[in-house]
Design a protein around this ligand. Structure first.
Ligand SMILES: [Zn+2]
Length: 429
């Protein structure tokens, strides 16, 4: 396969046309073309429109001779691939017992205080070999791909020491080169205070700033820097110190903000010009207003709230206040062991009152914007990378309507078919 393809006869071609985040009311505009077609050359979209605008029937044999794959999307909706802009997918060890404890009533922060939680995963990830982590990561990516995800963000943060943090970032770089899914690396050294620095978060932040972050930046191991800005983890002062340094070193910024309590993470994201602030269950009205004004993407992770039995972030309110919202899974071994895009869409639409259109925008162009990539992915526009999915239904409404079930039939990455439910799943070229 050479990345040349014609997709024709799409009952609905959902373009999401645009090169920047969609805010507020714009999130309801999908840019639907009926009986649509997409021309793809060398992995890039070269033309989009109605069938007759994109190609002439008589030219099809010429296209075939030139090595084009011709895909008939009759009775199918065609959309940009999903972007999962917040995951922690490189880890060893599972925390199933901890999940059972939580179901029995234990509190997440309480478990963390007792040495469980993130630190549990840190111990297992430090011990794991690169080969083990590569193999685990690759399998998880396959599952994401089967849900129509074509780009993800992946965070370090299960090392909390020099070697393991670097190991996690290098593995993600390697998987980015070998797996069809594109991976954007985020350095999350400030995910928790490790045992070695117990009770001394300031010293750990200093270690990250002085010793680890310069190496990450110099070796280009990450594009973003993130911090778990939360009461009893890292304060807004510590987070600000870390992120200001990251910015000076050329890293873009993200924050885990106001997840368990409101401590001002959303406001800090706006003040520092972060690309996104994530979680935001307890974000204040002021934070929402400031984020909307500063153009910070509000990334909501309802699977985590669901898994922790917490109230959902106020997605409906944020959109009504003019925010750009993204949705992501937060796939991780503790607070949210799920990469399920169908369940994510169900929670966003049924429990958070987003419309299906807004949920789709949040998972495509706005997910791309949360990774500072709205200019190259997240919509079906000429010039963009050809990351496209075909549903097994003629309407995008089935994404919300078919609750908890994936309706993704085919996934095209850079113009190549990489997943086909009808051919038994992942296609290894
Ligand atoms: Zn997270």
């Amino acid at each position: 396969m050479n990345g040349n393809m014609l997709i024709k006869n799409a009952s609905q071609l959902i373009t999401l046309s645009g090169f920047a985040a969609k805010k507020g009311k714009e999130m309801g505009e999908l840019g639907v073309i009926h009986n649509g077609a997409v021309m793809i050359e060398n992995g890039r979209i070269s033309a989009v429109g109605k069938n007759q605008e994109v190609f002439k029937e008589r030219d099809e044999s010429i296209l075939r001779q030139r090595g084009f794959c011709i895909l008939d999307a009759s009775d199918r909706a065609v959309l940009p691939g999903f972007v999962d802009s917040h995951t922690h997918f490189i880890f060893a060890g599972y925390r199933a017992e901890e999940f059972a404890m939580r179901l029995a009533g234990a509190d997440y922060m309480e478990i963390m205080k007792r040495g469980g939680g993130i630190l549990n995963t840190v111990a297992a990830t430090r011990k794991a070999t690169e080969e083990q982590l590569m193999s685990l990561g690759s399998k998880r990516l396959d599952s994401m791909l089967s849900h129509g995800v074509t780009t993800i963000e992946g965070k370090s943060g299960y090392g909390l020491d020099r070697d393991t943090e670097i190991k996690q970032l290098k593995i993600m770089t390697e998987l980015n080169n070998t797996h069809p899914i594109d991976i954007v690396n985020t350095f999350l050294g400030a995910h928790a205070v490790p045992g070695e620095y117990s009770g001394n978060g300031d010293a750990f932040i200093a270690f990250l700033i002085e010793e680890l972050m310069p190496e990450v930046a110099d070796k280009n191991l990450a594009e973003f820097c993130d911090v778990f800005c939360e009461k009893k983890v890292f304060s807004t002062d510590q987070s600000a110190r870390l992120l200001q340094c990251a910015k000076r070193m050329g890293l873009k910024l993200k924050l885990h903000a106001d997840e368990m309590e409101h401590i001002g993470g959303g406001e800090l994201a706006a003040e520092l010009g972060a690309v996104s602030a994530d979680h935001l269950l307890y974000a204040s009205a002021r934070a929402v207003r400031e984020m909307a004004e500063a153009g910070v993407v509000a990334t909501l992770l309802p699977l985590t709230a669901f898994s922790l039995r917490k109230p959902y972030a106020r997605g409906r309110y944020m959109i009504d206040q003019g925010c750009a919202l993204a949705l992501a899974t937060d796939f991780n071994p503790g607070s949210c062991f799920s990469e399920s895009i169908p369940l994510l869409i169900a929670l966003a639409t049924i429990n958070m009152s987003l419309t299906p259109e807004e949920a789709i925008t949040a998972l495509t162009i706005n997910g791309a914007a949360a990774l500072d990539r709205a200019d190259i992915i997240g919509s079906i526009d000429a010039g963009k990378q050809a990351d496209i999915i075909l549903l097994e239904n003629p309407s995008y409404h089935f994404l919300a309507y078919h609750i908890g079930v994936s309706v993704v039939e085919k996934v095209i990455k850079k113009g190549k078919l990489v997943f086909d439910k009808k051919q038994g799943g992942i296609i290894h070229c």
